[in-house]
Design a protein around this ligand. Structure first.
Ligand SMILES: [Ca+2]
Length: 161
């Protein structure tokens, strides 16, 4: 017992001696920790974490989806291609989603998952200045408000605006 206490006292004394002997080092270390903490806060403010992908629920008032997983994946890729560069291929978006109901859309949404996207540039962005976003965020950001409303009318139950 007494040995352990002595050891702790020794460590404490050594730390104190070190601090007294190296005040600048301690100061630099404290400054570095502060800079890191502030830097992290600023970083999180500039690049906030992307919201999680909300889980869409099947609408029992609509027909069940008849899309296969492969079809849903294909539509997701078409949408990605229509939106992934700067600018938007609205025609391709409407064409890819034509004839779908919200339950079909749900499958496409799940197939799309979360993809790297710059809300500012409207392209795939990069992992430092952009985050991964789900299909509804992509569509809402790519389409004008009037086009988004048109799409909502074509796919009952879809909410983009
Ligand atoms: Ca785009």
């Amino acid at each position: 017992m007494s040995t352990a206490i002595t050891k702790i006292e020794n460590v404490a004394k050594k730390s104190k001696d070190y601090a007294l002997a190296n005040p600048k080092t301690i100061l630099y270390a404290a400054a570095a920790v502060t800079v890191a903490a502030v830097g992290y806060k600023v970083y999180k403010k500039v690049f906030p974490a992307a919201p999680k992908r909300p889980e869409l629920i099947e609408d029992s008032n609509l027909a069940k989806s008849t899309l296969t997983d492969v079809q849903a994946q294909n539509i997701a890729e078409k949408l990605f291609t229509a939106m992934a560069t700067v600018g938007t291929d609205e025609k391709a978006i409407f064409s890819a989603l034509s004839g779908l109901n919200a339950n079909d859309f749900l499958k496409v949404y799940n197939a799309f998952g979360m993809r790297q996207y710059s809300l500012f540039w409207g392209n795939v962005g990069d992992p430092i200045t952009s985050d991964k976003h789900h299909l509804i965020t992509w569509l809402a950001n790519e389409l004008s408000v009037s086009d988004a409303k048109k799409l909502e009318q074509k796919i009952p139950g879809l909410k983009l605006t």
